[in-house]
Design a protein around this ligand. Structure first.
Ligand code: FAD
Length: 285
């Protein structure tokens, strides 16, 4: 029994990261082919996250493009010169790329010094619009639970508004497990005049240790009741997975039932959990 009254209307997009070796690449190809059945509106490819290289992003974009996906590379400005950014953007245009996820990014820890020519994502959005007009649909990041380095929630919201005013077309949120955080953020953004779609980023729960590590880095809160249940499961992967699928299915259903424009899944290059969640929701595959 589908959880949504109109599951066909749910827009799904997917995030992948550049694989590090041949085996990981083969896994990504298998996942991307399986997830293509969900008819994603686009797939995105991370840039520089977890130590991956720029070439890794470009190669993965090309590979997914060859599989027929509409691909949106992530582009971060931190540590890059204007010339670097010109070269990357021109390259993407020559490959037929028409969508970007524009980010500030993070310098690898311990690397102080050269933060590049642009300092915030809003400047990158402005740069892309100035030099490439409307050639790219620009996604930006949003933080319902506040960016971990923000001076305050109010300033963080204003900086999000700055990105929209610089020309962003839509936004993807950092993941969260409390739907109220998302709806409160959307309400506050609307009150500031933001009308672009703000799509919730969804992190399937499949591995507690990994989730706890990601969450402490990005500031996403794992609610106490979820954390305690996951801790109780210990090494019982099947129970973690079954519980995680239930929690995330329920989160997605509440988001879509209450007006979220779609779901952007952080796949971590795995298909199973996303397929199962979409199946539970009744999203056609
Ligand atoms: P910004 O919007 O520039 O904000 C960064 C911080 O600066 C915030 O605290 C903000 O409040 C503050 N700020 C903004 N403007 C100003 C200003 N004018 N003055 C003072 N403070 C300001 N990271 C990667 O390395 N690679 C990826 O591929 C990647 N993909 C991501 C995809 C999504 C959907 C999300 C949500 C995050 C992703 N990240 C990725 C993580 C992201 O790079 C980090 O969260 C980074 O710290 C902030 O990037 P941003 O684009 O949100 O930055």
């Amino acid at each position: 029994m589908p959880l949504l009254s109109n599951p066909q209307a749910a827009q799904v997009s997917l995030e992948y990261f550049p694989p590090r070796d041949i085996a990981a690449q083969e896994r990504l190809v298998r996942s991307a082919k399986r997830l293509a059945a969900l008819n994603p509106s686009y797939v995105s490819v991370t840039f520089g996250a977890g130590g991956s290289t720029r070439t890794g992003t470009v190669d993965t974009v090309q590979m997914l493009n060859n599989l027929g996906c509409d691909v949106a590379p992530h582009l971060s400005c931190i540590g890059a010169s204007r010339d670097d950014l010109h070269a990357i953007l021109n390259d993407y245009r020559s490959r037929g790329i028409r969508r970007l996820v524009a980010l500030r990014g993070d310098l690898p820890s311990g690397m102080g010094g050269d933060t590049g020519d642009l300092h915030y994502a809003s400047e990158l959005v402005q740069f892309v619009r100035q030099h490439h007009g409307d050639a790219f649909h620009i996604e930006v990041a949003a933080y319902p639970e506040m960016h971990p380095q923000a001076e305050s929630a109010t300033r963080d919201l204003q900086h999000f508004v700055d990105k929209v005013q610089a020309g962003a077309d839509s936004a993807i949120t950092q993941y969260f497990f409390n739907p109220d955080a998302y709806f409160a953020f959307v309400d506050q953004a609307r009150a500031k005049g933001v009308s672009i779609p703000i799509t919730p980023g969804i992190m399937p729960i499949t591995n507690y240790t990994q989730l706890a590590r990601f969450s402490s880095m990005c500031g996403a809160e794992i609610p106490r009741w979820i954390r305690l249940r996951l801790q109780d499961f210990g090494d019982d992967k099947a129970s973690i997975r079954a519980f995680g699928i239930d929690v995330i299915t329920d989160l997605c259903a509440r988001l879509l039932q209450n007006g979220a424009p779609g779901l952007h899944f952080y796949t971590l290059n795995h298909a199973d959990a996303v397929v199962q969640i979409c199946d539970n929701l009744g999203v056609p595959a």
